[in-house]
Write a protein that binds this ligand. Sequence first.
Ligand code: NAP
Length: 306
Amino acid sequence: MLDGRALAARMREELAPQVLEFDRRHGRPPGLAIVLVGQNPASEVYVRNKLKAGSEAGFRADLERLPESASLPDVLALVGRLNASPVHDGILVQAPLPKGLGPDASPRVFDTIAPEKDVDGFAPVNVGRLLQGRPTLVPCTPLGIIELLTREGIPIAGRRACVIGRSDIVGKPVALLLLQRDATVTVCHSKTPDLAAVCREADILVAAIGRAGLVTKAFVKPGATVVDVGMNTLTDPAVAAQWYPEGHPRLTAFRKHGTLLVGDVHPDVADVAGALTPVPGGVGPLTIAMLMANTLRAAQLVAGSR
Ligand code: NAP
């Protein structure tokens, strides 16, 4: 099991002296602003975790809240104010935005965030730089995955990597990062025929799908490294009983709470994988650690260019 929680804690410890040094030099800590529009319960939890991690690591971490009734111009105006803020080095707009803002709200917002403050790495300029392999702010989850593989000594160069999922926030950027590190990369999606056979070719398999337990043993070459990005809520007692043997702590937790956070990878994959990230405690904590790293980087880059 690849322990993302322990690695994230280590990374935050490594950041702490750099945060202090920034504060000493500039008379203020690096600052992160998180914009939360509406009241999505999952977003509330994610934002709370990010703010807590930020404060604990010595950052200034501010929540900028807008009501569900806010209009797109309201959101863009807030982002504009944060772009001009001298105390905020990083801006994160928590997804998803309320549907009422319209279908083009996300791209409009990402187009508005100043690229040098875009700690999520979603602004088109940063996406373009990533595509060209130039230094830039890279999306946190893909960055965390590469950091994990690197620090765990899992070779990437020359290996076959397979990414299931082609979203802009996980699938595409992680595929690009693996390619930059000389893996031979295949990107799969919902229209890929014989998905299991394609995945079985991989030395490194990244599952970023959003379908609980879709990746079974049949998808995994023995000894392969499997990175489970999925975050799904299991609610079906029959599925929980099938997945975990009687007495298993995960089954006990499910029975206690009635739900369970699970990944895209079926628990049985642990029997064949050489290394596997758990859910929870794998990619999730690393994503937050990389957000802190990106905020510090943004702060240092802007301060250095003044
Ligand atoms: P997304 O935008 O919904 O993309 C899902 C991708 O999976 C799409 O490319 C889709 O293919 C593909 N897919 C769906 N069903 C499939 C199937 N049956 N077979 C093969 N491919 C299939 O999701 P996302 O934002 O990338 O997130 C993916 C998962 O990661 C979610 O569970 C999310 O909660 C989780 N996540 C976790 C973190 C973290 O910090 N741990 C961060 C971000 C996301 P098409 O393109 O063909 O539709």
